[in-house]
Design a protein. Structure first.
Length: 202
């Protein structure tokens, strides 16, 4: 009986360790500085996705410039002087950080995802959406809601749909999906547990 309990406890160790890692990641994500996000893998991924789908705007896109920035009253931009790549990316990063600051009560990963959607449809629309209310809920329900934001002038837009898919797949819980346990014994123990389960099933 005691031996059986010890085996069960050993099997639980990987799961407990992974849970601890997730908790640490969540705490770390809540304590971040928006000003220091340059170089952060999740933030950089969001920047690249936005650049990919917005593309560099030309004078015919006025009043939108750079990678989709809408010129605001008082801003000294002109259609005669389109932004170069470096200038456009700097403005994109500034705008994305502005949107991230609008979600201060969320983890870094959630704030980046919400900000990325805001960059396209506006922060007000995001805060009124189901995505905002479901951001900490079930992943599949949230994904379905997120992918609904793919209409242009009221009609389904295939490129916007693909953009939503790429954003969600890449950015949702970015830290958890892109962080491996630093202790190799955790991975080994997890693999051993899976092998044990397979053997038991057989």
């Amino acid at each position: 009986m005691m031996k059986s309990n010890i085996v069960k406890l050993k099997n639980l160790i990987p799961a407990i360790t992974l849970l601890a890692i997730m908790i640490v990641l969540t705490i770390a994500a809540a304590n971040y500085s928006v000003n220091d996000l340059d170089g952060d893998p999740g933030f950089e991924t969001a920047v690249e996705i936005i650049k990919k789908y917005e593309t560099l705007h030309t004078p015919r896109n006025w009043p939108y410039i750079g990678y989709g920035h809408r010129v605001l009253p008082g801003e000294k931009y002109t259609p005669e002087k389109p932004l170069k790549h470096a200038q456009a990316e700097a403005l994109l990063r500034k705008d994305l950080k502005k949107f991230i600051r609008m979600f201060p009560d969320h983890s870094k990963d959630d704030a980046i995802l919400l900000a990325t959607l805001s960059y396209n449809i506006g922060a007000s629309a995001v805060k009124r959406s189901q995505v905002y209310s479901l951001i900490e809920g079930d992943e599949e329900i949230l994904r379905t809601s997120y992918l609904r934001h793919c209409k242009y002038k009221g009609k389904f837009h295939s490129q916007l749909h693909q953009r939503r898919i790429e954003e969600f797949e890449a950015l949702y819980h970015f830290s958890e999906k892109n962080t491996l346990p630093s202790d190799p014994t955790v991975a080994d123990a997890s693999a051993e547990q899976q092998t044990s389960k397979s053997t038991d099933t057989a």
